[in-house]
Write a protein that binds this ligand. Sequence first.
Ligand SMILES: [Zn+2]
Length: 212
Amino acid sequence: MIKLLGKMFGQVFRNQQGARVVVHASETCAECGSLLAQAADAKPLNALWLCPNPDCPAQVRRGLVHWCSPAAMDIAGGDEKLVALLVGRGLVRDVAELYRLRVKELAALPGLNQDSAQKFFDAITASMKREAWRVLFGLGIPSIGAVEAQLFCRHFATLDALFATGRERLMKLTGVTKIMAGSLTHWHGDPVNRKLVRRLEKMGVNFKCAQE
Ligand SMILES: [Zn+2]
C-alpha cells in the first residue's frame, strides 16, 4: 500500500513493495491545515490538489497573483513577492482591497520606494479600465478561463446582466456548457462572492462588456 507522507510534495521514495513513488501532493495545506481537494469536474490524474479554504492566506495570495497576472487584469508589479507583503501586513484581503491602497502605504513597504509605489498604484488604477472579460477571468471562478470569460462577455452587455442570469438560461447560450453555467451561478450564489462583485463595481472597475 502506498503511504502518502504529508508535506512531501514532489519527493520520490520507495513504497513497501520497493517501487519508486512520487508524492504528487501533500494531504493537507501547508499554510492552514485544510485537507486538499480537487475540483469536482476535474480529471483525477492530472488535476491540481488545492486548498478549499477561501480564507487560507495561501489562497488569498494565489487569487491576488492571478488577478494581477498579464493574462487577467495585467497589473505590473503585482507578483508573488509584493502580494505576499500586502497580505502578510493585512493591507489586502481580497482583490477589491487593491483599489483602496494608497501610495503612502505602498512606499512604506520593504523593497519599495516612492517611485515603485507610484508605479504600482498607477498600474492598479489603469486596470479599472480593462475589458470586462478580464475582470470575470480574474475572479478565478472554477472552469471559467480566459476563453470562457470572453464567450460569456459576448452574450451580455454588462457583468451585472451576466450574473443576474440563471443557470438554465446560461446553458442555452451558444458555447456555454453545463459545467460553465453551473460553476458561474454556484460561485455567484455565495454571498461573499456577490459582495465582492458589488464592491469591485463600486470601486469603479469596468463591468461593461465591449461590443465587438
Ligand atoms: Zn490552506
